[in-house]
Design a protein around this ligand. Structure first.
Ligand code: ADP
Ligand code: MG
Ligand code: MG
Length: 883
C-alpha cells in the first residue's frame, strides 16, 4: 500500500476528494497545488498509516521509511535544497490533519531541520544571521514543547530573562548574538529536562515529529474531543510534511489568515489579518497586534497601521485573485492561511470557513444569487438547528452586563423583566402590562400559565431537558435552567446569589443562548425575519413536500406560528387552558364531582370559557386545519393542594371540604401516566369530551359566520389503543356536532382522528383507521411507552445511556428511528391500507428535530408539527429532506 502522497511543483498525488485518506489539510493542499496555486511542496502520510501505526505497536514499517525518503527527495528536487545540508538546508514544517479539524491534535512544528550546522547555512543563504538564530530558537522551543512534551514555561522564562538582562521588551529587539546565546541556553534546558541532548540528526527530528503527530491521536485531549463530537477513533490523522516558507524574512515578508467573506455577518468582503515579518502562529498568538487585510476594514476600524492592501499592494492583488479562485473552485466561503516570503505569496491552507448562523444564511443566499451554487445547494448549506439563534431577540452586544451567575442555556433568546417567584403573580403582573421573568427552583405543569405570562424563565435546578427547558423551548420563551448557585426563597420572594439579592419586582435579564443571568435591564436587538431569511425560506417552501404545522394553544402562539409560516395547528392541547386561574375552580369542581350531574354543572361553567379559547384560535387560523386534542392528562394534576383551594371549590360546588378531600384521595394513582388519562377520561366521563366538542363546533361556526373562512377542526382523541375506544369517542363528538349544526342551522367540515401514541395503537392501526380520519403520531408518549422510559424521570440515567452508546441521541429529542420509527412506519402503512387518504402527521418535540423530520419525509407522512419557534427550522429541514 501507498502511504505517502506528494504535492507541489506540478505534482499532486491526491486531491480535495481524498479527505478521508489525507485529512482535510492534506487533501486541500494537494487540491490547491493541482489547480496551480503557489503551495510549498510537500507530502502527506495518510490516515491509513495512523491506523497501521497503532495496529503494529506504534512502529513504522520499513516501506514507509522509504516512501518518506522519496517525499523528502520530491521537496528537495523542487526547492533545490537538501534536508540536513549544512550549506543550503531544506527546512520543513510537520503538521497534523484529520478528516475534520480537531483541537487536541499535535501542534505544528515549524523550522524542522535546523541544527548547529544547518543554522549557519541558513544564516549564509538568507544573509540574515538574526533570522537564522531566531528560527533555530523557535524550533527548539516548539519541538521541546510539542514533540518532547517538556515544560514550555522554562523556555519562556529563559526568553524573558534574556530580554530583561538587556533591558528589552520585544522579542524583535534581541540581536543575532543574543539569540545565539539563547539557543545555547535552550539546548541545556532540553538536556536537563529530557536527559538527552537536543536531537541534531535531522532525520531523528523528522521521525520524532511524525511519531508525535500519530501519537497525539490517542492523547487524552484528542479522545475527549472525539467523544464530545462523535468522531470515530478509527479515522486516524494524517501527517503533512511541507517545505518551510518564511514570513519572518524582513519587511517584505508576512503571514496571515483570511476568510473570503465575513464569517460573522456573511458580508461579501475579504476579511482577515496579517503581520509583517512574522511566522506561523504569531498572528493568533497576540504577540503583536495584527494589521487589517483591506483598506476598507482598516478605515472602518479607525486603525492606523497600513493594511496589506496598502502595505504590499502587489502581493495583496495576487492574494485577492487567489481568494476568488478558491471560492469559485470550492463554491464556498474559504478560511485561508498564507505566508509572504520576500514578496512571494504562498498558500498554506484552505478549508470551508466556520461561520455564524447569520453569515451562513447570507452566504448561502448570496452565492445562489451569484450563480455560484444552486438554490437547492443553498438550502442544504444552512443548518436548520442554527436558525434557532436567529429567530429570537438577542442581547445588544455593545451593552454592558452585570452578570450575577450562569446556568444552562436551556432555550434561546434574551429577555428582561421584573423578577417574580410564583406563576400566579407572573400572570397577574403580566396582565397588568409588566414584563416579568419567572424565577422558580424548578417548574411543574402548574407553572404553565406563569411561564406563558413571563418573558423568560429562570430555574435553579434541572437540566437541558427539564420541564422548564422543554416547555420554554416549546413556547419560544428564553430560559436559563439549572443555575445552581442561586438560592431561591419563593415564600420570601427573594433570590440570593454571591452576596447579592434580587427581590420581587427587581429588574433582571436572562440570556438563554449563553445561560447568563444579569441584574438590571440589558437592551436587546430584534431578529430580522425578512431579507435573506425570507428568501431562503421561500426557496425551502418550493422544494419541500411535507407540510409544516405548529403545536400551539393560545392565540399568541398561533399568531407567532403563522408569522413563521405554519400551515395549520398540528396539536392544540386543551389541558393548559384548564389550568388558567379563572377556571381552575370549575375544573376542580368537575373532577371532584361525585356524579354526572355534578360534573355537568361544572362543565356548564367551562363551556363558554372553552368556546372563547377556540374562537380566538380559529380566528387566527381561519381557513387552515386546526387539530384539537381533547383532554389528556391524569385528572389528579388538577387537584387542589392547599386548604384555601379546597374551600374555594367547596363553595363553588356546594359540598363540604371533607367530602372533597375524600374524593381527592380516591383519585390518587400509582402510575398516573399509564392511569386514568387520555380517552379513558372520555370513556368514563363522556360529558367532558361532549362539552369540549360542543365548544369547538360552536366556535368554528361563529368564526365561519363572521369571516366566511371556516377553520377545519380536526378533533383528536388521545391515547387510543383500540378501535372501540375511538368509535365510542367519535360518536360523542359526532353527536355534539350534529346538535350544534342543528341549533345553528349550518354545517361545517371536520374530521375525527386519533393520536397514535401507544404501541398497541400502532399495531392495530389498520382497524383504528376504519374509524379515524387521521393519525397524529404523538411521539413523546409513543417513545415513553415503546421504550418503557418515563420522560420525566429519564434525566437521571439517560445521559449515561447516551454516553455509553446505548442510544445514539436522547430519544426524546431525536426520534429513535430504529425502534419507535418501525412502529410509525408500520402504523402508517396499515392505516393507509385501510384508508388510502388518511392524513398522517407527527406532533411532539420530534416534529421540530431535523433528523426526525428526515425520517417523516422518508416514511411519507403528510405533515410535521413543531412548536411555533421551530416552524422555520422544520420548513428548512423538510426541504433538505426532500432534496
Ligand atoms: P493548525 O491546524 O493549527 O492551523 P497548521 O498546520 O495550519 O496548524 O500550522 C499553523 C501555522 O503554521 C500555519 O498557519 C502557518 O502560518 C504556519 N506554517 C505551517 N506550515 C508552514 C510552512 N511550511 N511554512 C511556513 N509556515 C507554516
Ligand atoms: Mg492552520
Ligand atoms: Mg400523549
Amino acid at each position: 500500500t501507498q502511504y505517502v502522497y506528494r504535492f507541489g511543483g506540478g505534482v499532486s498525488d491526491g486531491g480535495a476528494g481524498d479527505k478521508n485518506l489525507l485529512g482535510g489539510k492534506g487533501a486541500n493542499l494537494a487540491e490547491m497545488a493541482s489547480i496551480g496555486l503557489p503551495v510549498p511542496p510537500g507530502f502527506t502520510i495518510s490516515t491509513a498509516m495512523c491506523t497501521r501505526y497503532y495496529e503494529e505497536g506504534e512502529t513504522f514499517p520499513e516501506s514507509v521509511k522509504a516512501e518518506v525518503a522519496n517525499g523528502i527527495a520530491h521537496i528537495a528536487a523542487i526547492t533545490g535544497k537538501q534536508f540536513g545540508d549544512a550549506g543550503d538546508p531544506l527546512l520543513v514544517s510537520v503538521r497534523s490533519g484529520a478528516r475534520v479539524s480537531m483541537p487536541g491534535m499535535m501542534d505544528t512544528v515549524l523550522n524542522l531541520g535546523l541544527n548547529d550546522q544547518t543554522v549557519q547555512g541558513l544564516a549564509a543563504t538568507s544573509g540574515d544571521d538574526r533570522f537564522a538564530w531566531d528560527s533555530y530558537r523557535r524550533f527548539i522551543q516548539m519541538y521541546a514543547d510539542v514533540v518532547l512534551g517538556l515544560d514550555h514555561g522554562r523556555f519562556e522564562e529563559a526568553l524573558e530573562i534574556a530580554k530583561e538582562d538587556r533591558g528589552f521588551t520585544l522579542d524583535t529587539e534581541l540581536s543575532a548574538s543574543d539569540l545565539q546565546a539563547l539557543v545555547a541556553e535552550y539546548k541545556s534546558i532540553v538536556e536537563e529536562l529530557w536527559n538527552k541532548p537536543f536531537p541534531q540528526d535531522v532525520h531523528d527530528q523528522l521521525w520524532g515529529a511524525i511519531g508525535a503527530v500519530f501519537g497525539s491521536w490517542q492523547s487524552e485531549r484528542a479522545k475527549v474531543y472525539r467523544r464530545l463530537n462523535d468522531i470515530p477513533a478509527d479515522w486516524g490523522t494524517a501527517v503533512n510534511v511541507q517545505a518551510m516558507v518564511f514570513g519572518n524574512m524582513g519587511d517584505t515578508s508576512a503571514t496571515g489568515v483570511a476568510f473570503t467573506r465575513d464569517p460573522s455577518t456573511g458580508e461579501r468582503a475579504y476579511y482577515g489579518e496579517f503581520l509583517i515579518n512574522a511566522q506561523g502562529e504569531d498572528v493568533v498568538a497576540g504577540i503583536r497586534t495584527p494589521q487589517y487585510l483591506t483598506k476598507t476594514a482598516r478605515e472602518a476600524a479607525g486603525a492606523k497601521p497600513a493594511s496589506m492592501e496598502e502595505a504590499m499592494p502587489e502581493v495583496y492583488g495576487e492574494l485577492a485573485a487567489v481568494f476568488d479562485r478558491l471560492e469559485t473552485h470550492y463554491r464556498d466561503m474559504q478560511d485561508i492561511e498564507f505566508t509572504v516570503e520576500r514578496a512571494k505569496l504562498w498558500m498554506l491552507q484552505t478549508r470551508s470557513g466556520k461561520r455564524t448562523a447569520k453569515a451562513a444564511l447570507k452566504i448561502a443566499v448570496d452565492m445562489a444569487n451569484e450563480g455560484l451554487i444552486t438554490r437547492e445547494e443553498a438550502i442544504l448549506r444552512v443548518d436548520p438547528g442554527a436558525l434557532d439563534q436567529l429567530l429570537h431577540p438577542t442581547l445588544d452586544p455593545k451593552a454592558s452586563r452585570d452578570v450575577l451567575t450562569k446556568g444552562l442555556p436551556a432555550s434561546p433568546g434574551a429577555a428582561s423583566g421584573l423578577a417574580v417567584f410564583d406563576s400566579d403573580t407572573a400572570e397577574k403582573r403580566a396582565n397588568a402590562g409588566d414584563a416579568v421573568i419567572l424565577i422558580r427552583v424548578e417548574t411543574s405543569p402548574e407553572d404553565i400559565h406563569g411561564m406563558h405570562a413571563a418573558r423568560g424563565i429562570l430555574t435553579a435546578r434541572g437540566g437541558m431537558t427539564s420541564h422548564a427547558a422543554v416547555v420554554a423551548r416549546g413556547m419560544g420563551r428564553p430560559c436559563v435552567s439549572g443555575a445552581g448557585s442561586l438560592s431561591i426563597d419563593a415564600r420570601a420572594k427573594v433570590m440570593r446569589v454571591g452576596g447579592r439579592e434580587v427581590r420581587e419586582g427587581d429588574m433582571v435579564t436572562i440570556d438563554g443562548a449563553t445561560g447568563e443571568v444579569m441584574a438590571g435591564q440589558v437592551p436587546t436587538v430584534q431578529p430580522e425575519l425578512s431579507g435573506d431569511f425570507g428568501t431562503l425560506m421561500a426557496w425551502a417552501d418550493e422544494v419541500r413536500r411535507l407540510k409544516v404545522r405548529a403545536n400551539a394553544e393560545t392565540p399568541l402562539d398561533c399568531r407567532t406560528a403563522r408569522e413563521f409560516g405554519a400551515e395549520g395547528v398540528g396539536l392544540c392541547r386543551t389541558e393548559h387552558m384548564f389550568f388558567e386561574q379563572s377556571r381552575i375552580t370549575a375544573v376542580r369542581q368537575m373532577i371532584l364531582a361525585e356524579d354526572e350531574a355534578g360534573r355537568r354543572a361544572a362543565l356548564e361553567k367551562l363551556l363558554p370559557e372553552q368556546r372563547s379559547d377556540f374562537l380566538e384560535i380559529f380566528e387566527v387560523m381561519a381557513g387552515l386545519p386546526v387539530t384539537i386534542r381533547l383532554l389528556d392528562p391524569p385528572l389528579h394534576e388538577f387537584l387542589p393542594h392547599e386548604e384555601a383551594e379546597f374551600a374555594e371549590v367547596a363553595t363553588a360546588a356546594g359540598v363540604d371540604v371533607d367530602t372533597l378531600k375524600r374524593r381527592a384521595a380516591e383519585l390518587h394513582e400509582f402510575n398516573p401516566m399509564l392511569g386514568h388519562r387520555g380517552c379513558r377520561l372520555g370513556v368514563t366521563y363522556p360529558e367532558i369530551y361532549e362539552m369540549q366538542a360542543r365548544a369547538i363546533f360552536e366556535a368554528a361556526i361563529a368564526v365561519a359566520e363572521k369571516s366566511g373562512a371556516a377553520p377545519v377542526p380536526e378533533v383528536m382523541i388521545p391515547l387510543v389503543g383500540t378501535r372501540r375506544e375511538l368509535e365510542l369517542m367519535k360518536a360523542v363528538v359526532d353527536k355534539a356536532a350534529q346538535a350544534v349544526f342543528a341549533e345553528k342551522g349550518r354545517t361545517l367540515d371536520y374530521l375525527v382522528g386519533t393520536m397514535i401514541e401507544l404501541p398497541r395503537a400502532a399495531l392495530m392501526a389498520g382497524e383504528i383507521a376504519e374509524v379515524g380520519a387521521f393519525f397524529s403520531f404523538g411521539t413523546n408518549d409513543l417513545t415513553q411507552t415503546t421504550l418503557g422510559v418515563s420522560r420525566d424521570d429519564a434525566s437521571r440515567f439517560l445521559t449515561t445511556y447516551v454516553e455509553k452508546g446505548i442510544y445514539a441521541k436522547d430519544p426524546f429529542v431525536s426520534l429513535d428511528v430504529e425502534g419507535v420509527g418501525q412502529l410509525i412506519a408500520l402504523a402508517a402503512e396499515r392505516g393507509r391500507a385501510t384508508r388510502p387518504d388518511i392524513k398522517l402527521g407527527i406532533c411532539g418535540e420530534h416534529g421540530g428535530d431535523p433528523a426526525s423530520i428526515a425520517f417523516c419525509e422518508k416514511t411519507g407522512l403528510d405533515y410535521v408539527s413543531a412548536s411555533p419557534y421551530r416552524v422555520p427550522i422544520a420548513r428548512l429541514a423538510a426541504a433538505q429532506a426532500a432534496i
